[in-house]
Design a protein around this ligand. Structure first.
Ligand SMILES: Cc1ncc(COP(=O)(O)O)c(C=O)c1O
Length: 399
């Protein structure tokens, strides 16, 4: 479906992208030409056909599920449900897991709030015990895994919730080891994959991930408001359909198209994770996501990861020379698409970010970190203009 081929290090599918260097893929993706074309096709169909556009775009959702299942190493498309984003997926799980009073959940300090708030709401609602660990303790060689194990040994833990990649430092979490520990103590591993999917390889089955939620507007290159949820098949039956809606039933549309007498409220709720797709949702958003994932597949996540790491290598030394502290782990397994730095004490981070923006270099600066998120479309040669801009801004601020 792509209009043109994507090539690593080429930004020609982003012809009107204003930034001289766009390094905020870890925040919000700019839309590529094939993704925009898919959105325009969907809009055109709905404009011309109204109801007649629904069928073809529902079929496209089927292709999207297949692509997403491949992307994360899920066995089957039916293990994937489409959602409005990461939060929507987590809220659905928090509402539907069969909590018992006295159950405990493990959350991590430092996580993006998406992966905390819905769990805390479930904790309030169901009387769950919340046990906190520190995300940064999970650096290779750090005390995180040991602390997780002793927390699990206390008993009653039903779920460990973690982001595949920490949004601030870019730390890639040791998911396989966390899954092994969780399983050894009868708990599930939930993963927020939005900072990994599309730039860092994920394989839910070899890693042992039980549940995963993701949004499409960062490294997948799609629009806000469209994402997905994965549940390993053995867990689907255990979920309570507390977020079910009219489209969650078996044969939910028969009464609309099949003649009189088919309107019923007792059709079973689907015993598949897509029961969370309870009502009408954004065809345009999923059209964008489908084209975006197709493009990521075309390039290959492994190749994207290597390209992004090569860009990191080209800019990191210049920042370190200026006194920034590189947040990456020396070990490659702790690294991700995000290159983050702690600023030197004499530099105001907001001023650095603004100075870079004035020079056409778009970065983000959440919670005290300078965050650089290049992607497959970032030319390696852009590293030079980025480092030159950083030098200029720091020299001005220090003058
Ligand atoms: C780790 C992480 N999870 C989730 C989100 C966003 O969640 P949602 O897709 O619900 O907006 C972000 C960033 O916005 C994030 O960095």
């Amino acid at each position: 479906m792509s209009e043109t081929h994507a090539r690593l290090g080429e930004r020609d599918l982003f012809e009107d992208l204003e930034a001289r260097s766009y390094l905020a893929h870890c925040a919000v993706a700019p839309l590529s030409r094939p993704v925009r074309a898919a959105v325009e096709r969907a809009l055109g169909d709905y404009g011309r056909l109204g109801l007649g556009a629904v069928g073809p775009w529902v079929e496209e959702r089927g292709r999207l599920r297949t692509r997403l299942a491949r992307l994360i190493g899920a066995g089957r498309p039916e293990d994937v449900a489409l959602t409005g984003g990461t939060t929507a997926g987590i809220v659905a799980l928090a509402q539907c897991l069969p909590w018992r009073p006295g159950d405990a959940i493990v959350l991590l300090r430092g996580e993006f709030p998406t992966n905390v708030t819905p769990w805390l709401q479930a904790a309030r609602q169901h009387g769950l015990d919340v046990r906190w660990l520190e995300a940064e303790d999970f650096r290779p060689g750090g005390p995180g895994l040991e602390r997780l194990e002793s927390t699990l040994r206390e008993g009653a833990v039903r779920l460990v919730a973690v982001s595949a990649v920490q949004f601030q430092s870019g730390l890639a979490m040791p998911l396989a080891a966390m899954a092994d520990l969780a399983h050894a103590h009868g708990a599930l591993l939930f993963v927020d994959a939005i900072q990994a999917a599309g730039v860092t390889p994920i394989d839910v089955r070899t890693t042992g991930i039980d549940l995963l939620a993701c949004g499409g507007h960062k490294w997948l290159g799609a629009l806000e408001g469209a994402g997905f949820l994965y549940a390993a098949p053995q867990h689907v039956d255990t979920l309570m359909p507390n977020v079910a809606g009219w489209l969650s039933h078996e044969d939910p549309l028969g009464f609309l198209f099949g003649g009189p007498g088919l309107l019923r409220y007792d059709r079973p709720i689907r015993a598949r994770i897509d029961f969370v797709e309870g009502g009408s949702s954004s065809s345009v958003g999923f059209a964008a996501l489908s084209a975006a994932v197709e493009l990521v597949e075309e390039l290959g996540v492994e190749a994207i990861a290597r390209h992004v790491a090569a860009f990191h290598e080209r800019v990191a030394p210049a920042l370190v020379a200026l006194g920034f502290v590189d947040g990456r782990t020396p070990e490659p397994e702790g690294r991700s698409g995000i290159l983050s730095f702690r600023p030197p004490p004499d530099l105001d981070l907001s001023a650095v970010r603004l100075g870079l923006a004035e020079r056409g270099v778009v970065v983000t600066a959440p919670d005290g970190w300078l965050r650089i998120g290049p992607h497959w479309c970032t030319p390696l040669a852009e590293a030079e203009l980025v480092t030159a801009a950083v030098h200029e801004v720091c020299a001005l601020l220090r003058a």
